[in-house]
Design a protein around this ligand. Structure first.
Ligand SMILES: [Zn+2]
Ligand SMILES: [Zn+2]
Ligand SMILES: [Zn+2]
Length: 308
């Protein structure tokens, strides 16, 4: 009896201490540390160059339907980082909340790094912006023009990162590169595990197939608070006349089947992103969009904010 009482008292004491120590800090952090979705399309954007098909018709006519290439802004109080340097970096930087402190790159495909061209002497003429890059990405930038000029002129300062190692950006925020299998012609490919003061998010915009990864995506979803995942194609056969095994991605239909065993709360963590112009999830009124929402998943939209 005495022991139970003591335990109870102890537990109450700890809970009480926690509430006075952490509550105010968490409050401020919750409003001050977050991810903001600045783009949701696959590398080529939406509508896609020269596409005259139904998928892009409306977006060519109505500018408000256009989508920028997948990108996240990470804000911590006054400081901010871009995750990806996309061809749409001009407006994405404009909408980033806070002072740009650095850019994290996932890999060397056109939608993920070519925005760096805007930090060079023809445009921003930046002074040593930190660019966080994995070893092959680092070598690629240093040894190929025009990127090598950004290094030479010190517009960018490459900060080497390693898979799984934690990059501490502030007392509140750390980022961990997570390597994934992808068509690695010019660089390796990573996703990012972003750790905020109270929550964490996984961002994997590009991966070949979940089963080709040595890690288990279902376990990852359980372990994080949000998972922004490759949603390039909705289903097989989406691009007629093109062998889709040459451009492998987990189809949304495959991912949904794989995530079936997750609880409703866990499914809510999944936010699909990186949509090809053919993907019906680019259109809110499509039956596929409604279907995915009904099954309990989320679909990234520009301007969406995710508290960390
Ligand atoms: Zn991509
Ligand atoms: Zn199209
Ligand atoms: Zn890619």
């Amino acid at each position: 009896m005495m022991r139970t009482l003591l335990l109870l008292l102890l537990a109450f004491g700890v809970a009480f201490c926690e509430s006075i120590d952490q509550f105010p800090e968490r409050e401020t952090n919750q409003s001050g540390t977050y991810l903001k979705v600045l783009g949701i399309a696959q590398d080529a954007g939406f509508p896609q160059i020269a596409c005259k098909k139904d998928c892009c018709k409306a977006a060519w006519q109505d500018e408000s339907l256009r989508k920028r290439v997948s990108c996240l802004g990470l804000t911590d109080q006054q400081n901010a980082w871009l995750l990806e340097a996309t061809p749409n970096i001009r407006t994405q930087l404009q909408e980033l909340d806070g002072e740009l402190q650095g850019i994290f790159l996932t890999h060397a495909h056109m939608g993920h790094y070519t925005g760096l061209m805007h930090v060079g002497r023809e445009a921003l003429g930046a002074d040593q912006i930190p660019v966080y890059a994995m070893p092959r990405m680092d070598t690629f930038l240093r040894s190929n023009g025009p990127w090598s000029q950004l290094v030479g002129l010190k517009n960018i300062m490459i900060r080497p990162i390693q898979k799984d190692s934690m990059v501490r950006l502030s007392p509140n925020v750390s980022i961990q590169p997570i390597q994934v299998p992808h068509r690695d012609e010019f660089s390796e490919t990573v996703g990012f595990h972003i750790h905020g003061p109270t929550k964490s998010a996984l961002f994997i915009p590009d991966i070949d197939k979940w089963y080709l990864w040595e890690e288990d995506i279902v376990d990852w979803i359980k372990k994080v608070d949000y998972a922004l995942l490759d949603g390039t194609f909705y289903q097989n056969g989406e691009i007629p006349g093109r062998d889709m095994s040459q451009i492998p991605h987990p189809f949304i239909q495959e991912s949904i089947a794989l995530f079936e065993s997750l609880s409703a709360a866990e499914k809510q963590k999944v936010i699909f992103i990186h949509f090809n112009h053919t993907n019906p999830l680019l259109k809110q009124q499509s039956k596929e969009y409604q279907e995915v929402i009904k099954k309990g998943y989320r679909i990234a939209s520009e301007g969406m904010e995710i508290a960390l």
